[in-house]
Design a protein around this ligand. Structure first.
Ligand code: ADP
Ligand code: MG
Length: 361
């Protein structure tokens, strides 16, 4: 028996004319989940969200809320609420009336709906601005009003399309914390579309990485980061090196730089295999017994505060290619400055075999 707040997408497809924007995706979002749809521009995130909201027709497949197929229900009957990117506040209504608007549409008496709107304004910490018009508010404050307005219907899921992208970086970080706090407090699902991996990692219980209308991976932020399923996910999440290595036909081992090998995972075959190594798991310095590694030239040094990023271009690497021909090492600040390197220096890089992650695709 599904919880009434569970959302399920079953082979959902969206076609615009002849073009497929969302390609038969299936996904379960348990009630009370902070879910982020993450991916590059044009991968189908907004279309997916709008189909859940009921603002876009489904070309094929089913969307279920609880046990109910909601494909053809109008937005207001779905138990979902959407917060729009441009907030879409009514300019001539003050904050209380903006927030109370949908209750007015439902025929709730004025005193009652205004009291309820005040509760929501308190929830988003905007009770002192109740009598202001939207034009008298900052962008961040308008966003809080839009949030309160979406939440007043008591939805079992709140849908947010790039809610933080219009804010400056400081406000964005603050609102991010607040969205998370609100979601936990309300105990409902938030489905939040973003193209920022940092935002998704910071917020989501469930990160859904999309690419060209398909789901590449749907898992916890830690799993997406530590066990990216595909090279696309590893690249998009960042902080990983991706190596394309030959497989030894004699023993089926993946051949890594430094003349070491690791066995293919069960069920994997092929003449080549891609692997990933986290930049912060690699270190500067030659490989010691049983480790992988190579030597090359420092091509980039970037000071990032707690970490220093060093990019190394390999020399004479056989049977293995690296994305962009540059291997990134994230060195903590103290370690770096104990033995600094500069662009143009010769350097070696190494990593433990246990830190190698085998990619499926
Ligand atoms: P995202 O939100 O990930 O950037 P969208 O869901 O907006 O992606 O778009 C996915 C694809 O569908 C894109 O190729 C986009 O151009 C196309 N698309 C989106 N909306 C429409 C529309 N109303 N009509 C035609 N094509 C659309
Ligand atoms: Mg979009």
């Amino acid at each position: 028996m599904a919880d009434k707040g569970d959302i399920e997408l079953a082979a959902v497809l969206k076609r615009y004319g002849g073009a497929i924007a969302v390609d038969s995706i299936s996904l379960k979002i348990p009630a009370g989940t902070y879910c982020c749809l993450l991916g590059p521009s044009g991968c189908g995130k907004s279309s997916t969200l709008r189909m859940i909201a009921g603002h876009e027709e489904i070309s094929d497949g089913d969307i279920l809320l609880g046990n109910e197929v909601i494909n053809t229900l109008p937005p207001a009957k779905r138990g979902t609420a959407m917060m729009f990117q441009n907030y879409a506040l009514f300019p001539h209504l003050d904050c209380v009336d903006n927030v109370a608007f949908s209750l007015k549409m439902k025929g709730m008496a004025k005193a009652e709906r205004r009291a309820r709107a005040m509760e929501l304004l308190r929830l988003v910490d905007m009770q002192d601005y109740a009598a202001r018009l939207p034009a008298q508010l900052s962008g961040g404050q308008q966003q809080r009003i839009a949030l309160a307005r979406a939440l007043i219907t008591g939805p079992s899921a709140l849908l947010l399309d790039e809610p933080l992208s219009a804010l400056d970086p400081f406000l964005r970080a603050k609102m991010r914390e607040e969205l998370k706090r609100l979601q936990k407090e309300l105990g409902i699902s938030f489905i939040h579309v973003t193209h920022s991996q940092e935002e998704a990692m910071a917020l989501a219980d469930l990160v859904v990485v999309m690419n060209k209308g398909r789901i590449e991976q749907a898992s916890s932020a830690r799993d997406v980061f530590n066990k990216p399923r595909t090279a696309f996910v590893a690249r998009f999440i960042g902080g990983h090196n991706i190596l394309d290595c030959a497989v030894d036909p004699a023993d089926g081992n993946i051949l890594l730089p430094g003349n070491v090998g690791i066995p293919l995972a069960p069920g994997m075959g092929g003449a080549r295999r891609r692997i990933s190594v986290r930049a912060d798991h690699a270190r500067l310095g030659p490989a010691s017994g049983g480790q992988a590694g190579f030597s090359g030239t420092v091509r980039a040094v970037e000071y990032l505060g707690s970490m220093v990023h060093v990019g190394i271009t390999p020399q004479g690497l056989l049977d293995c290619s690296i994305d962009e021909n540059e291997f990134a090492v994230a060195v903590d600040e103290a370690t770096f400055f104990a033995a600094p390197v500069a662009v143009g220096d010769a350097a070696a890089v190494s990593w433990k075999l246990g830190d190698v992650h085998i990619l499926e695709d």
